[in-house]
Design a protein around this ligand. Structure first.
Ligand SMILES: [Zn+2]
Length: 333
């Protein structure tokens, strides 16, 4: 679909039933094309992207530049393939995101160990993690999508920096929350905001505090990032999933309200006594079903969501974090 002249919204398939496709954006330039996000690196997604580019009259070798909103596989997953197809193309992301993925992802064993210890710390029984490991296929490491990080970005943007190519002027908008270095891109000439996964029109983006993020507050960052993009003069917002957002500020207000309600729900679920993040996660509602039915990968994700809310409540002095006996408990204040 053509958004404005020379800018196209495509759809490439992915495997999640909740998010069946990723929307790459194609900017036409005099010397080729620039992509904002590209999709999963699966053969199906690659074939789909190639076919849609062909309709526009381009081949993968015409890709001059790939700008990545964030380093999740449905956004970054094609970068190695694109580099093979168009060896002179440049990869662009926020410097902060590159720092995060190099810190977090490069050592598999260390990550698995850290993640398993963290599950135990927050109340998941050791036996449940071991069971998932022997059952195979559902441990955090095994479920982690295969990613190639052998490509260092050619351009590492800073917040506010403007990238100009042909008739397009893209301002980098650092929006931490969904990931620490998430990039939204504001196209100044047409007042378009590319929101990646930071703002989606229907679902609420995942905002988790994970094992490597103890001491940070991703939900606080996320809420600040919502206010940040809502303040831009925007004609339309173009997310990476679902569909175009006509009213970005309105959508940001709904998401802020959603998290206010979720904060109350999480605090209430602690009950009159103390509870672990796992127990709290068992008591709150999930769109995808009850917590106890989740596999260990989904439990990790849900725990991360619960913890991002607990961390914010702690900063607001509405809950207390209690450490002891190798477990973290929470109490209402
Ligand atoms: Zn995504």
């Amino acid at each position: 679909m053509e958004i404005v002249q020379g800018l196209h919204q495509l759809k490439t398939p992915m495997t999640s039933p909740a998010l069946p496709y990723v929307m790459p954006y194609v900017f036409e330039c005099s010397d080729g094309i620039t992509l904002f996000d590209a999709g999963f690196g699966t053969p199906e997604a690659i074939a789909s992207l190639t076919a849609q580019l062909a309709v526009l009259g381009y081949e993968p070798k015409h890709i001059q530049r790939l700008i990545i909103s964030h380093a999740h596989p449905d956004h970054l997953g094609m970068s190695a393939w694109i580099r093979e197809q168009s060896p002179d193309s440049s990869l662009v992301m926020l410097e902060r995101e590159w720092q995060w993925i190099t810190d977090r992802w490069l050592d598999n064993d260390a990550w698995t160990q850290l993640s398993d210890q963290w599950l135990v710390l927050h109340g998941v029984p050791q036996a449940e993690i071991e069971e998932a490991q022997t059952a195979g296929g559902s441990t955090p490491a095994a479920r982690r999508p295969p990613l190639r990080f052998d490509i260092e970005p050619d351009v590492k943007l800073r917040d506010g920096e403007v990238l100009e190519f042909d008739r397009w002027r893209i301002q980098a908008v650092w929006t931490p929350g969904h990931t620490p270095g998430h990039l939204c891109a504001y196209e100044l000439n047409h007042r378009l905001m590319f929101t990646g996964d930071h703002v989606l029109p229907h679902i609420s983006p995942n905002v988790s505090l994970h094992a490597d993020q103890e001491g940070t507050s991703p939900l606080s960052d996320f809420r600040d990032s919502l206010r940040k993009v809502a303040a831009f003069d925007v004609d339309r917002a173009l997310p990476a999933h679902e569909f175009t957002i006509p009213d970005l500020a309105g959508r940001c207000a709904v998401l802020l309200h959603h998290h206010d309600e979720r904060l109350d729900e999480v605090r209430h679920a602690i009950g009159p006594d103390v509870a672990t993040a796992r127990e709290i996660s068992q008591r709150v509602k999930w769109n995808t079903g009850p917590f106890d039915d989740f596999n260990i990968f989904m439990k990790r994700s849900a725990l991360g969501e619960t913890l991002s809310h607990l961390r914010l409540l702690q900063d607001e002095e509405r809950v207390r974090r209690i450490e002891g006996d190798g477990r973290v408990h929470w109490a209402r204040v």
